[in-house]
Design a protein around this ligand. Structure first.
Ligand code: FAD
Length: 261
């Protein structure tokens, strides 16, 4: 690992000021530290945001749940409030990686990194999430831009993620047997105004499957999407699953999610 300057700012303003094109924020370090150790990333400045208390915690209101950026996956998974308001979100967090990852990894780090196989981005898209940063509020459908790419600008810090509480929801994942990242993950959420089916792992970036969402908005039953064949032309193909297999998994897991709602 190359040497770097370590900073522990006391608040978000100071953290943002320290950022440059050659810096990283340190949340749980679950992606940034291995990347630095393996030489995949080098930074001049590492800005530790773990101790900024404003960034952590869970708040529930009648219509939404707001989760602070440095809240760990284990805390979301075990939160009584999350389990009551959006059980699918607690389930998603409880199936991320292993116990070590869940006790270090954070929701803000997960969405800022925007790994194409990460679980939280699908929850953000399906649950019409709003990403609160130190500069603005960004709708989830404008936040995830592409593989490992988001709408965040230099020095912009995710402060919290606010999820709309749906009528029903479920998350189904086909996990990589080693890491537990999603080979395919499907988050189905039924809101008053319609159904969102968000998919992770299948393409280079999380997306809403419009065909599945449309069918389920007209008829929220697994029969409505039974055997539906999806276009696999833009889907990932690798040693874990072909594009054709992934397309089949998306359709199958959407059906399983509806049945579990
Ligand atoms: C073995 C293993 C298995 C995993 N399995 C899964 C899985 O099954 N599902 C899944 O979804 N994920 C999985 N992950 C990812 C993990 O859950 C973390 O969320 C992810 O690695 C990000 O780590 P972190 O939160 O510690 O952020 P860090 O590593 O500290 O930061 C990651 C990046 O995000 C930026 N960042 C962090 N916080 C903020 C912020 N508040 N505002 C702006 N930028 C920020 C940093 O600058 C950095 O570039 C796995 C990771 C590992 C190592």
């Amino acid at each position: 690992m190359k040497s770097f300057n370590y900073h522990a700012p006391k608040d978000v303003k100071e953290a943002s000021k320290l950022a440059s094109s050659n810096s990283a924020f340190l949340a749980g370090g679950m992606t940034s530290i291995p990347s630095m150790k393996l030489g995949l990333a080098t930074y001049k400045d590492v800005i530790d945001i773990k101790k900024i208390s404003k960034l952590s915690g869970i708040k529930v209101s009648a219509k939404s749940i707001k989760i602070g950026a440095t809240t760990k996956h284990a805390d979301v998974a075990s939160s009584k409030d999350v389990k009551k308001a959006i059980p699918a979100l607690a389930k998603l967090a409880g199936n991320i990686g292993d116990a070590q990852v869940r006790n270090r990894g954070t929701i803000g780090g997960s969405i800022s990194n925007n790994d194409p196989s990460a679980c939280y981005p699908s929850a953000c898209m399906a649950l019409n999430a709003v990403i609160h940063t130190n500069e603005r509020k960004i709708d989830a459908n404008k936040f995830f831009k592409g593989m490992f790419e988001t709408a965040l600008k230099k020095g912009e810090i995710v402060e919290a993620v606010e999820f709309a509480i749906p009528e029903k929801a479920d998350y189904q994942k086909h996990p990589n047997p080693a890491s537990r990242y999603a080979i395919v993950g499907v988050f189905v959420a039924k809101h008053k105004g319609g159904v969102n089916v968000a998919v992770t792992g299948a393409k280079s970036c999380v997306y809403i499957d419009k065909d599945l969402s449309g069918k389920l908005s007209s008829d929220f039953s697994s029969g409505a999407i039974e055997g539906m064949e999806l276009d696999d032309s833009e889907m990932n193909s690798d040693m874990h699953a072909s594009s054709e297999y992934r397309a089949n998994l998306v359709s199958l897991y959407a059906k399983k999610a509806v049945e579990a709602c």
